[in-house]
Design a protein around this ligand. Sequence first.
Ligand code: AP5
Length: 218
Amino acid sequence: GESRPLRVMISGAPASGKGTQCELITGKYSLVHIAAGDLLRAEIASGSENGKRAKEYMDKGQLVPDEIVVMMVKDRLMQPDSQEKGWLLDGYPRSMSQAVALKDFGIQPDLFLLLEVPEELLVERVVGRRLDPVTGKIYHLEYSPPENEEIAARLTQRFDDTEEKVKLRLQTHHQNVEAVLSMYQDINGSATKEDVFAQIDKALSKLVEERAAAESVA
Ligand code: AP5
């Protein structure tokens, strides 16, 4: 029969390449990509009270409080598309309390991935990052430049992608990562995006094979 859909969590420092790898992963494994940061930015764009509160924390590079983030993520994971296709959760959990909160709802991943990238690479990745508002694709002025002039002209930058703000975001990451570290599988994220994806693809296809084998026995 049909195997149960995959559930994957991916985490890592700001600009470690989570969004980039998620584009590659969903291109091959048709999982629903759910990014905590994207959910929060959508909440800000909606003008809601939660959005206004979230923006205050994001401006300071701090974690948005669990009472806003946890239900937002949980509700998205429970949607029919995520349940049917499986999900790829990006940027969550960022603390032990966030991991425990989902576990208490009975939600656990099949695989945790943590992208490890040395600090000196992160700042230049943030500062050079650009987003295409039309396709949602992530670019970098140097490492993944836009394909043509038309795209180049419409690229935007995120409000927290300044050198000053990324330093605060990195500080927050370091304060929280230790607590969840033991739960993650390390991926060397400092290689090219294709080589990083090759490592992830290996871990995912191994998981898919193991589960197919387990099901054929059952
Ligand atoms: P979020 O939106 O998740 O931002 P982040 O964690 O800072 O991560 P980024 O989106 O900046 O980077 P990324 O790892 O996706 O890298 P990308 O692929 O774009 O969170 C924003 C804020 O929301 C947080 O600060 C917090 O306030 C709040 N928040 C979010 N989740 C929360 C939670 N769970 N709880 C509480 N608060 C939460 O790559 C970066 C650049 O590098 C790109 O230009 C890309 O082209 C380039 N690049 C990627 N890979 C490579 C490579 N291998 N080689 C060279 N360049 C590369």
